[in-house]
Design a protein around this ligand. Structure first.
Ligand code: HEM
Length: 153
């Protein structure tokens, strides 16, 4: 179960990242070009929320089955390495903030009365989420913890 969850978590990261990026591109275009907020824009907003909530759920499950996190939780505090601390609290905390930003941004977008305001709201909240997301992903080049671009079984 652990390796399957890790595989899913690794793949869905691309769903979160790409849907967020695409929503942002459409958000900036719609905001600056005063375009109508179409059903496609709404679907992309919704898809981003769905990916991020699925990833949050898998992440929290992973947190309680990961041997890595277990050794962080039960290890002596002065011997805990940076990657262990990263997965032990930095990554979960930052990623939870990312999902909260996406969720607030998405529901605030729905409540706006004009199309330009919808695009502006979505762009601002999703841009903040993207910034935190990029910092919190364990990229192969990250100084905090390195993981592959795609984990296979
Ligand atoms: C948008 C949200 C998230 C993204 C994009 C994301 C992304 C990732 C990626 C790319 C990895 C490396 C996977 C691999 O080893 O191939 C990872 C590992 C991990 N994530 Fe997340 N994550 C997110 C949210 C969360 C949350 C909310 C938690 C926990 C509360 C969490 C817990 C973990 C843990 C424990 C690991 C390491 C597991 C291990 O190696 O044993 N993640 N995450």
């Amino acid at each position: 179960m652990y390796s399957f969850l890790l595989f899913l978590h690794s793949v869905i990261r691309w769903g979160v990242l790409l849907s967020l990026l695409y929503a942002l591109v459409r958000g900036v275009r719609g905001w600056t070009g005063h375009r109508p907020f179409t059903p496609t824009d709404n679907t992309i907003r919704n898809t981003t929320v769905t990916f991020s909530h699925s990833q949050l759920l898998i992440g929290y499950t992973l947190y309680f089955v990961s041997p890595l996190v277990a050794s962080y939780r039960y290890g002596a505090s002065d011997t805990v390495s940076l990657p262990l601390r990263f997965f032990g609290w930095m990554h979960p905390l930052l990623m939870t903030i990312v999902v909260v930003l996406i969720t607030i941004g998405s529901s605030a977008t729905k409540r706006q009365s004009t199309d330009t305001a919808k695009f502006r709201t979505m762009t601002i909240w999703f841009a903040l989420a993207l910034l935190a997301l990029i910092c919190a992903i364990p990229w192969p080049f990250s100084p905090l913890a390195q993981r592959p671009y795609l984990r296979l079984f």
